[in-house]
Design a protein around this ligand. Sequence first.
Ligand code: BGC
Ligand code: CA
Length: 288
Amino acid sequence: MLVDVAFEANDILGEGPVWSVAEQALYWVDIQQPSLQRYDPAEGIHNIWPMPSQIGSFALRQASGFLVALQTGLAFFDSETAEITPLIDPESHLPQTRFNDGKCDRQGRFWAGTMGTIEGKPAGSLYRFDSDHSLHTMRRDVAVSNGLGWSPDNRTMYYADSPTYTIFAFDFEPETGKISHERIFAHHQTGFPDGLTVDAEGYVWSARWDGWQVIRFAPDGTIDLVVEMPVQRPTSCIFGGPELNQLFITSAKIGLTETELARQPLAGSLFVLEVDVPGLVEPLFGNP
Ligand code: BGC
Ligand code: CA
């Protein structure tokens, strides 16, 4: 399986891709050159909206516009007017943390976690932000809160804490958004588990930071497929395209030396991989 370059984004820390079915376009962020970006593969159009602080992740809203997870907390963002409406900052007392990966569940709740900007002791938490704007702390003592995803039957939630090399699984209750019975889904040491997504067969695709790979795990946690990447730091992946059978993969070049960068001139690009089993439509934030 070979990945192609979808777009030479030149990101420092590309992350959080989301495919918009309505627009047939990919959105993603660069956390370090804080911006929300959009690429329309059919038209070849790229848009970029600067953000006032590091943006870890975002969701498309039912109501139009975006929910963004900034270093300064959650906010709504209107790309037409560039207006930002702050909502809530659960860690205003912790200047050394920022939001990282986030995603909506199928009931339209937004899950996003934080991480210490000085990586070390687990200073982060995982939060759930509901359509009624209530915020719930779902997991504490997270080092680098990362990839999130749900099984096709909506009964299992996957969640990666990168420095632990572990993707965890939880029992998920769709009606209430409760999680329980935390267990290890996949502990694997080729790179660190970064962003992830789940396909229509319930297999988990995990971008391996520092691993030069994206791995497809079977629902029992065993490795089903390894996709080699031309970059050391693939960061996240999501299904897109008209048939949802194109896996878009973001990447980073942050922290790489000149010598390392010379070996991977495509670091920071957006990649695409044609796959057999498609993905599922990414839910929007808010009430359907
Ligand atoms: C974070 C990076 C971190 C990496 C690997 C990414 O999601 O944004 O800051 O270094 O994961 O842990
Ligand atoms: Ca990530």
